[in-house]
Structures are given as structure tokens and as C-alpha cells.
Design a binder for this molecule. Structure first.
Ligand SMILES: NC(=O)c1ccc[n+]([C@@H]2O[C@H](COP(=O)([O-])OP(=O)(O)OC[C@H]3O[C@@H](n4cnc5c(N)ncnc54)[C@H](OP(=O)(O)O)[C@@H]3O)[C@@H](O)[C@H]2O)c1
Length: 330
């Protein structure tokens, strides 16, 4: 089986880390990079030893040597970039959040399906070995019936109105940046919510700097989410069931362990080793799918990506938070 040739679209912070992750996969070839500027493409190419450098995303998308393109631009560019790549016949791995809203996401998914091309949201946390164990625990009812979740993701960023975290034009705010991990985690464990309540704090640039959200699921099951880009949180996920609970330590950063507690018994720790820098797991899934001729991943299905976007649309609509140029946030 020949190597899979990757193209990298965008030369920012996460693209660097993703490329390092690819280097730990023997069958992955980092073949090309595309940037809005020739200088950035050349610099990134030199730093990461990438043979082909393109001074536009269009040139990258039409490079016949590239099999799959990893999109690492700010969220509001994802739909446009993914459309460009799909129109050029390329498979796509698109950073989270997949798009800014569900309407964009649906259009991209429809195009991929029409063209029978692979596309997946880069929700890298789903692919860590420990998350596989989490899904096993839940499916085997090891905690009894799951009734509640506590999930948080917050970190303190310096307030920089021009940065993608705070600029509305770049899709700033906690929900799209870190909340998406929590909503996606809740979706993985409990499915699509039937309702929610949420309270944000909108900062001086108008984006949600922190928020508390409770998602309501069938049968009164609840997911309690705490998110922030100005607040340091423990970054943990706890799944609580009728027979016990499991605490997943550092779920968003290559987690290696979780602790199960059941009344009247000793705590049990489950450990899983991790390889590479963690980005190799989602990339390996893409490559497995491409080799198998699949157009979507069973671990991060497209309908679920769209469903998560719908949940986030509803939450933002209730907050009155709409991004510039956004058609609908229903
Ligand atoms: N999976 C994870 O752990 C993780 C972590 C962080 C971020 N992310 C996601 O990755 C995406 C990129 O985040 P990042 O932190 O890497 O962002 P970043 O450092 O700001 O880089 C974004 C890159 O996108 C390109 N770009 C295109 N249009 C742009 C514009 N109008 N303004 C700024 N940059 C533009 C630029 O590359 P060129 O100049 O080369 O075109 C830039 O270097 C986001 O959607 C974010 O949610 C994921």
C-alpha cells in the first residue's frame, strides 16, 4: 500500500502540531502546504521539510499529488476551504468546529456526499485510546445507567481583540473554540439533547468569554458544561451513572487514565498509553478510512458533526450571539 500524501492548508499554530503528529505515522507523507502567502508557505515548508509549497489555497487544492487536505484555518474559513478542496476532488480533514453553524456544515457534507469524497471533523479527542475505553464502559453499562455528566474546558487567554479567540469576524468565543469539545463529548455519551439552558458572559469584544450550559437529554439525563477562554478550569469529564461514576483526567490533552468509583468498592483506574503527540490518532483514522474506500468515519460520523453544530446554533441563538455575515443561527 502506497503512502497517503497530505496537504496542509494554513500555517498557524495547530497546523504545526498536526504535522508533527503525522510524522509518527509511517504511511503518512507530508507532501504539500498551502498558505495565503508565499513567504509563509516557504517558511512552513522549510521548518517541516515539506517538498511542495503553494502560495494559495487554490493551488494546494489542485495539486494532483495530494490525496487528503488538512484544514487548519480559523472557523469562519472552514466551509469555504472545505468546499474548495472537495470541488478539486480532495478528501478532507477539517479542524473543529467543522463550520461556524449547521447550515454551513450541512452544505459541506452534502457536497462531500454528492462527490463521494471523504470528509471528517478533526475532533481529535474522540480518537484517543482512552475515549475508546469510555465508549466501552458506557455501552457495557459499567456505571449502571448514565444519568449525568460534568464536563469542563476552560483556559485563560490574554485578551487580544485581534486574535481569533476574541474577534467576532474570526469566530471568536468559548463555545466554538472549546465548548465544541464538551458538546461533542456529551453527544458521544448521551446523544442529541432535547433541550438546554445556558448563561454566557459576553466580554468587551462581544464574544462568549465563559458560559455554563446544561443540556437536557431524553429521560431527564443532564450534561453540565462549563467553558471559558478567560478562566482556568480543571479540564475534566465525569460520567455519573446509577452504579458509580468515572472521572476522566485531562480528557482534551492525550488522556492516559480515568478513575472509576463505585460505592462500597475500591476505586479502579484504567490506563491507556498514548503514542505520538495525539494528532496521529485522528490522522490514522482518516488514512484507515481512505484505504478502506470509506467516505466517512464511524467514530466521528458526519450526521453527528452536524447535530453538534445544531446544538451550538440553538445555544448561540438563545444568547443572541451571531457572527458577522452569518445567514442563520436558528
Ligand atoms: N485540535 C486542536 O487541539 C486545536 C487546537 C487549536 C486550534 N484548533 C482549530 O484549528 C483552527 C486554527 O486554529 P489556530 O490556533 O491554528 O489558528 P492560527 O494560529 O491563528 O492559524 C490560522 C491560520 O489560518 C490561516 N488563515 C486564513 N485566513 C486567515 C485569517 N483571516 N486570519 C488569520 N489566519 C488566517 C493562516 O495561515 P496562512 O497565513 O498560511 O494562510 C493562519 O496561520 C481553528 O478552527 C481552531 O478551532 C484546533
Amino acid at each position: 500500500m502506497r503512502n497517503i500524501r497530505w496537504g496542509i492548508l494554513g500555517t498557524g499554530a495547530i497546523a504545526r502540531r498536526f504535522v508533527r503528529g503525522l510524522r509518527s505515522l509511517p504511511k503518512a507523507e507530508v507532501f504539500a502546504v498551502g498558505s495565503r502567502s508565499e513567504a509563509s508557505a516557504a517558511k512552513f515548508g522549510d521548518e517541516h521539510n515539506i517538498p511542495r509549497r503553494h502560495a494559495s489555497y487554490e493551488d494546494l487544492a489542485s495539486d494532483p499529488g495530494v490525496d487528503v487536505i488538512y484544514i487548519a484555518t480559523p472557523h469562519p474559513l472552514h466551509a469555504e476551504n472545505a468546499t474548495l478542496c472537495l470541488q478539486a476532488g480532495k478528501a478532507v480533514l477539517c479542524e473543529k468546529p467543522f463550520c461556524v453553524n449547521a447550515a454551513e456544515a450541512e452544505r459541506v457534507v452534502e457536497l462531500a456526499r454528492e462527490k463521494r469524497l471523504f470528509i471528517m471533523e478533526g475532533m481529535w479527542t474522540r480518537f484517543f485510546p482512552l475515549m475508546k475505553e469510555v465508549r466501552r464502559l458506557v455501552s457495557e453499562s459499567a456505571l449502571g445507567e448514565v444519568r449525568m455528566l460534568n464536563v469542563d474546558f476552560g483556559f485563560r487567554a490574554d485578551l487580544d481583540p485581534a486574535s481569533r479567540l476574541f474577534d467576532q469576524k474570526l469566530g471568536g468565543g468559548a463555545l466554538l473554540d472549546v465548548g465544541v469539545y464538551c458538546v461533542s463529548f456529551a453527544s458521544m455519551v448521551l446523544g442529541r439533547p432535547s433541550g438546554f439552558v445556558g448563561l454566557p458572559h459576553l466580554g468587551e469584544t462581544g464574544v462568549d468569554e465563559q458560559a455554563s450550559i446544561i443540556l437536557e437529554h431524553e429521560g431527564g439525563r443532564l450534561a453540565n458544561l462549563s467553558i471559558g477562554i478567560r478562566t482556568t478550569t480543571p479540564q475534566e469529564a465525569t460520567i455519573m451513572g446509577t452504579e458509580g461514576y468515572v472521572r476522566i483526567h485531562a480528557p482534551w490533552w492525550r488522556p492516559t487514565s480515568m478513575t472509576i468509583s463505585r460505592p462500597g468498592t475500591e476505586d479502579e483506574t484504567i490506563e491507556t498509553p498514548v503514542s505520538g503527540n495525539g494528532f496521529d490518532y485522528e490522522a490514522a483514522e482518516v488514512m484507515r478510512c481512505l484505504k478502506a474506500g470509506k467516505t466517512e468515519s464511524d467514530v466521528m460520523p458526519l450526521d453527528e458533526t452536524v447535530s453538534v453544530m445544531m446544538t451550538m446554533d440553538s445555544i448561540r441563538a438563545a444568547w443572541g450571539l451571531r457572527y458577522p455575515g452569518e445567514e442563520v443561527a436558528s
